[in-house]
Ligand binder design. Structure first.
Ligand SMILES: [Zn+2]
Length: 182
């Protein structure tokens, strides 16, 4: 099921669970034009897609950022743990986005293989094996639903962390809160 997008245009739109947390600050910087504060230590960890069309408007030192296809943090747990334990962050924003290339990946298997052959110098056989072995780990059916599921998974592992599934609209450059179900 596709989670609803809850827009943020002012402070009052921010869900109560995120107020007084770095999630609120992220939403205020990105959507509400909040002037930049100065930071010595990071406050937030952001997990977001590697997609080139996404730009965050945040001050220096405010956030650690992990980027991976589809904001998929599987196999990135050590880096999450590092950002919390040594980096000192207390909140995690998981940012999905529209037009994500990790949605419908299987349909582009041939393009992927041909691209690696043409531009990386791979054999078609190795490129096909690479895709078949790794694509299932990254393919997602619904970007918003995926980060909600990831948020629930990561809350089990990091129960003291505030974890927010968010959604970025590429054409607007704005963040939305995702209404989690269940
Ligand atoms: Zn993406």
């Amino acid at each position: 099921m596709t989670p609803s997008l809850l827009p943020v245009t002012c402070l009052a739109d921010i869900l109560p669970i995120y107020r007084q947390t770095p999630i609120s600050l992220l939403l205020e910087y990105q959507n509400c034009g909040r002037p930049f504060d100065s930071y010595v230590m990071a406050k937030l960890l952001v997990g977001m897609c590697m997609d080139n069309r996404k730009v965050l408007r945040i001050p220096d030192n405010f956030a650690y950022i992990l980027r991976a296809g589809g904001a998929n943090l599987r196999r990135a747990e050590f880096k999450v743990s590092f950002a919390i334990s040594i980096g000192g962050v207390r909140a995690l924003a998981l940012i999905a986005h529209d037009q994500c290339g990790m949605v419908g990946l299987t349909a582009r298997r041939e393009v992927f293989i041909q691209g690696l052959v043409a531009h990386a110098g791979w054999t078609a056989e190795n490129a096909a094996r690479h895709f078949d072995e790794r694509a299932p780990e990254f393919e997602i059916a619904n970007a918003g639903e995926f980060v909600c599921t990831e948020a629930q998974r990561l809350r089990q592992d990091y129960p003291k962390l505030v974890i927010a599934p968010l959604f970025y609209r590429v054409d607007e450059g704005k963040l939305y809160q995702l209404q989690e179900c269940g």
